[in-house]
Design a binder for this molecule. Structure first.
Ligand code: MTE
Ligand code: MO
Length: 356
């Protein structure tokens, strides 16, 4: 059986791993296989709640409806394509990225796919502004929430507040890295919601409701929330719905990494949902923290590439990295438990085995 029978794109061992409890349809990027600033589409992680649906572009329609628009409308692909074109380089990161570290630190698993740190990617997304699409239906001054719904079997849907929906960089993307969206990434149209958890970026858009009252779905009340004994509850949610992703860094090495002794350049990426990353520091085996070099470009809500040189000596080592964004938000040493295992952004010790 292939790694992900519910996906269309190949997910070879060279490019992907499978997170535990995420079999069939979740593929984690092997960060060691990154090179340029953007994540190539063939190695971009996939997180699906159902099998990738087969959608023909000519049969596809997008309905805009709800009590927050003056009239319901239905658009086809050609109508959507006539709106002004925009491109943005943005990350999409699953709220559950790095979930497995809850198990490591608390002794039991948080529910969901046990991702390492590879449930993040950065692409150039091209399409139209969600604002321009909604305006075709006449958004009223009373609209509160926008609820995009997917055409996959479970009709995945998670609402956004109207202000975020109307933001200049909230896109209905039709293309990824210069090519039409691949089926697994939402063909023919998906949202890209800058800086927010991946679940906001609904794939295979089929319907968008603009509502004058708050919307609630499974995915902002019973999942993708910070929930558990120590968290407040915002009914009808079981906790606090996740929105912006926190500052985070990843190392471009397998887990554990195997390196040859001698001079190595260690590389990685650092990301913050709302800001540019201002600083990346590292320590090896508890040496004093030092600054890594930051590359260009450094785009808010995308990521920055970082690197440092290291003379690796044979044996087992631990690399720790921590990023700080331009607002002074820094990766913590620990995060409190939450039942769904979202927003793990604590500093982790990356194991490295250096051969003699
Ligand atoms: N329709 C639909 N949209 C969806 C999902 C889904 O299962 N169905 N998964 C969401 C989640 S949880 C994430 S993290 C991102 C992943 O986007 P990617 O598969 O393009 O990397 O898509 C989001 N959009
Ligand atoms: Mo996700």
């Amino acid at each position: 059986m292939p790694r992900c029978p519910d996906l269309i794109k190949p997910t070879p061992d060279r490019l992907f791993t499978t997170p535990a409890h995420g079999e069939r349809r979740n593929a984690e990027t092997r960060l060691a296989e990154l090179s340029g600033y953007l994540t190539p589409t063939d190695r971009f992680y996939v997180r699906n709640h159902d099998a990738t649906p087969h959608i023909e572009r000519d049969d596809w329609r997008l309905e805009i409806t709800g009590d927050g628009v003056e009239r319901s409308i239905t658009l086809d692909y050609a109508a959507l394509s006539e709106l002004p074109r925009v491109s943005r380089i943005r990350a999409i990161e699953c709220a559950g990225n790095a979930r497995r570290f809850f198990a490591e630190r608390f002794g039991h698993e948080a529910g969901g796919a046990q991702w390492h740190t590879g449930a993040i990617g950065v692409a150039e997304w091209s399409g139209v502004r969600l604002r321009d699409v909604l305006d075709l239906a006449g958004v009223t001054g009373h609209a509160v929430d926008v609820l995009p719904e997917g055409l996959d079997a479970g009709r995945f849907a998670r609402p956004l507040p109207i202000a975020k929906a109307m933001a200049d960089d909230t896109l209905v993307a039709l293309a990824m890295n210069g090519e039409p969206l691949p089926p697994d990434h939402g063909f023919p149209a998906r949202l890209v919601v800058s800086g927010w958890l991946g679940a906001a970026s609904v794939k295979w858009l089929g319907r968008i409701e603009v509502a004058c009252s708050p919307r609630h779905t499974h995915w902002n009340t019973a999942d993708y929330t910070l929930a558990g004994p120590r968290w407040p509850v915002e009914p009808p949610a079981d906790g606090v719905p996740v929105t912006v992703m926190p500052v985070m860094s990843v190392v471009e090495l397998d887990w554990p990494a195997r390196l040859a002794a001698g001079r190595q350049v260690i590389r990685g990426r650092a990301f913050s949902g709302e800001a540019r990353v201002a600083r990346v520091e590292y320590t090896i085996d508890d040496s004093p923290w030092r600054d890594a070099d930051l590359g260009e470009p450094n785009i808010a809500a995308a990521w920055v590439c970082w690197s440092f040189a290291w003379t690796a000596t044979p044996g087992e080592h631990m690399i720790r990295v921590r990023a700080t964004d331009e607002h002074g938000q820094c990766q913590p040493d620990a995060v409190p438990w939450n039942d769904h295992g979202v927003l793990f952004n604590a500093v982790v010790a990356h194991p490295v085995i250096v051969a003699p």
